[in-house]
Design a protein around this ligand. Structure first.
Ligand code: BGC
Length: 278
């Protein structure tokens, strides 16, 4: 991203004066979302795992080069005390929080009969319990802080990064699909619970996006061919395309949208096999 594009994003989405926290921000969708939010004027806390410091610091430097402000903070979102420290660190550095991007997630697939409890648990802990812990900390802060109409129409915004697999069953990834199905109803229940408080809660369901999590699905021509057969739009998605949706949902442009899931998937969730069949 260059400074000209950052200026355009600032003008379009107007996030100056807001603070965003993005979990799992050292790579993939989290990194792209953090860069976009920083470019659009938010001050950004980038959560990452211990050991990912270099990548997270590099993303912070990119945001600074665009004229933004960012800090990298290490925390495993599945651990309650680390999440508490993550939010305390964000507030210590930036004094407030307006936008949470619940992005941290992983896959640990296996044939179901071989799936260990540890594999099941790890995916549920990070993908679902992590979103619960971070959403709870964000809601507590939003309610305690109160409205700031000059900054944003909403009291706060929570974006849950889900997946097309909140809808599409996924053999050999039952733990992952179950976690994302859980994210979907966690998001909708929170949206219903907190709409009267003007906390907006929405989800993004990405399809196949070019990130490290699914490298084996796109980094050889044969794998890419198999993947493209599942995508009506005829190409893989790029992280910036998810980040663009993050910006819209984080800004006042989407102020009347809560409890929604936006599929960013080139049509993957549209049952493409039924085109001309059935
Ligand atoms: C998964 C990717 C996969 C995509 C489409 C995502 O949620 O993380 O590995 O390529 O869904 O199947």
């Amino acid at each position: 991203m260059d400074r000209e594009r950052a200026a355009a994003l600032r003008a379009a989405f107007g996030l100056a004066g807001q603070v965003a926290l993005v979990t799992g921000a050292a790579s993939g969708l989290g990194r792209a979302s953090a860069l976009a939010l920083g470019a659009a004027g938010a001050r950004v806390a980038l959560d990452h795992l211990p050991g990912e410091e270099a990548a997270a610091e590099a993303a912070c430097r990119e945001i600074a080069a665009l004229g933004g402000e960012a800090v990298a903070l290490a925390a495993d979102v599945s651990r309650e005390q680390e999440v508490e420290r993550l939010f305390a660190g964000t507030l210590e550095r930036f004094g407030d929080l307006h936008i949470l991007v619940n992005n941290a997630g992983l896959q640990r697939g296996a044939p179901f009969q071989d799936m260990t409890l540890a594999q099941w648990q790890k995916v549920i802990d990070v993908n679902l319990t992590g979103q619960f812990l971070c959403a709870r900390a964000a809601v507590r802060h939003f309610l305690a802080r109160g409205p700031q109409p000059a900054v944003s129409s909403a009291l706060g915004k929570i974006l849950c990064i889900s997946s097309v697999h909140e809808r599409i069953p996924w053999a050999f990834e039952a733990n992952y699909a179950a976690s994302k199905g859980g994210v979907s109803l966690l998001m909708q229940s929170l949206a219903q619970e907190f709409a009267p408080s003007r906390i907006r809660v929405n989800a993004i369901a990405p399809g196949a996006i070019r990130t490290p999590i699914n490298r084996t699905a796109w980094d050889s021509p044969e794998a890419l061919d198999r993947l493209l057969a599942l995508i009506p739009y005829g190409r893989i998605g790029e992280p910036d395309e998810v980040a663009g949706t993050v910006l819209w949902l984080a800004s006042d442009l989407s102020d009347y949208t809560t409890g929604a899931t936006l599929f960013v998937d080139g049509g993957m969730a549209l049952y493409p096999g039924f085109r001309g069949a059935g």
